[in-house]
Design a protein around this ligand. Sequence first.
Ligand SMILES: CC(C)(CO)[C@@H](O)C(=O)NCCC(=O)O
Ligand code: NA
Length: 582
Amino acid sequence: MDPTGQKYFTIIDYVIFALLLVASMAIGLYYAFTGGRQRTTQEFMYADRSMKCLPLSLSLMATFQSAVAIIGTPAEVYANGTQYWFIGCSYILGLLIPAHIFIPLFYRLHLTSVYQYLELRFCKAVRICGTVTFIFQMVIYMGVGIYTPALALNAVTGFHLWGAVLATGLVCTLYTALGGLKAVVWTDVFQTVVMFTGQLAVIIVGVHQAGGLSDAWVKVRDGGRISGIDLNPDPTVRHTFWTLGVGGVFLMLSLYGVNQAQVQRYLSSRTEKEAVMSCYMVFPCLQVALMLSCLMGLVMYACYGNNSPLEQQYITSKDQMVLYFVMDMLQNFPGLPGLFVACLFSASLSTISSAFNSLATVTMVDLIKPHYSMTEARATLLSKMLALSYGIICVAMAYLVHLMNSSVLQAALSIFGMVGGPLLGLFCLGIFFPCANSIGAVIGLAAGLVMSFWVGIGGFLSRMPSSVQVLPLNSTNTVPAASGNITGPAVIDAASRPVGLNGLYSLSYMWYSALNSSTVVLIGLVISFMTGKKHGPEELLIQIDGHKEMNGNIKEDAGTEEETETFLTSNAVSPVEHETSV
Ligand SMILES: CC(C)(CO)[C@@H](O)C(=O)NCCC(=O)O
Ligand code: NA
């Protein structure tokens, strides 16, 4: 080993990494030249509404599973134990509610983008606010998504940082712009397989290096890395059962319920039933993904103990740890480091391709098409150009992320909560509250965004190193703001519990989605009552009739007769299945 800890790639590693890019590109080209040859927006954006359950579910899982999760989760588990694993509990309600409330509603309305719902329910202005908020969220997120694997690769192997960003950005933009949603979904399937294989290979070799299963188990147990369930109700503790299992439900709803990238996949399935099934299938897929990344953290602990490469200053941040571990443990297995790097980039490619495609779709459908009439051929060409432009924006965003310095997992999940949370609130206001009106919706959304940036940025600043008295155990990390374990119970005892505004600022980032969506609903309702009740179109509210089995009590709970009546299903929207165009 090099005394500086620098690790090197072999030729075979480069070949495997290159193969990933070539295979993804090939899938894109295949869908560019087969089927309808991507000549209609229906095919480009909705895969001719002909997708089947299995590829859809893998693709749904892959969208929000980027290199951030692959390297962020093990780093979290290595440092703080398996508490984070309890986020898996939130997947139950976080997927059941989309499957039975959001999917049937959106599918039966035969939407072209999920924000069209907001225009049907409220008005055009609300739709545009929703679209712009989504664009903002996804543009930041894809910057994080593309930058993360490139940075890790650069830090550990010296691979050119911007070379990796540009290569992946270029390949991803090309296959997305050429092959449309079909290419995005099928590359997702391929990339998910690479992702799981890479993680599994590292775990197996890692357990072997740690001296076998039972030795590894003893080490992580004695190191205190197996966390029991933490039922502490304090919302400022970063990870407890409540922040992860309950706060996480709101996070999942904003991602799997109302995010265009996911709704677009639901809408592209052949039948409503298939869309619901694919959402169900996401559950086991996500649990496998979560298990693999948590196990990777434990294996890392079994190999290094408390003597981490971070302690030894081979690396400078928690986020470089996983790749360092891989290069360190796998140096005698030629090809395996390359496989893991392919796994890392697979995770990110599948995320940014979904971002490009959904961003091109909403820009076209929500912002351009309503104002300019154009032929189908022009619209499709323009959509492809839009996908290309978002590719360029993505690389530009990577540069912005480069200027910030933050732990990637918490950064990504905070973005979901800060921008996705208010959007979730906006949809809930429309779907569950018949009395909400457009003014309430716009002001509610604005209030939610203000709240989210106030608490989010306030929290970030109040945790900046300058204002931190007590550093975490691992004080070589000079950016505790991001790693965030300063809010753990070991640091904040009853005497130093934050009060007033500081209490709000130290709210766990896992609650952001819940706080911000509730703010939108609450302010939206108050403003609606002040400006006069106006009932939205009945068919756009929650469809009780179709879901009696699951929500049998909602009708009773609906309260006054007037409300109950508004809740009833309208015949205007019948559960027709989409025709598949030939
Ligand atoms: C968003 C969840 C919780 C579920 O999909 C998980 O995949 C995750 O932690 N994602 C982190 C963000 C990312 O990987 O880009
Ligand atoms: Na992904």
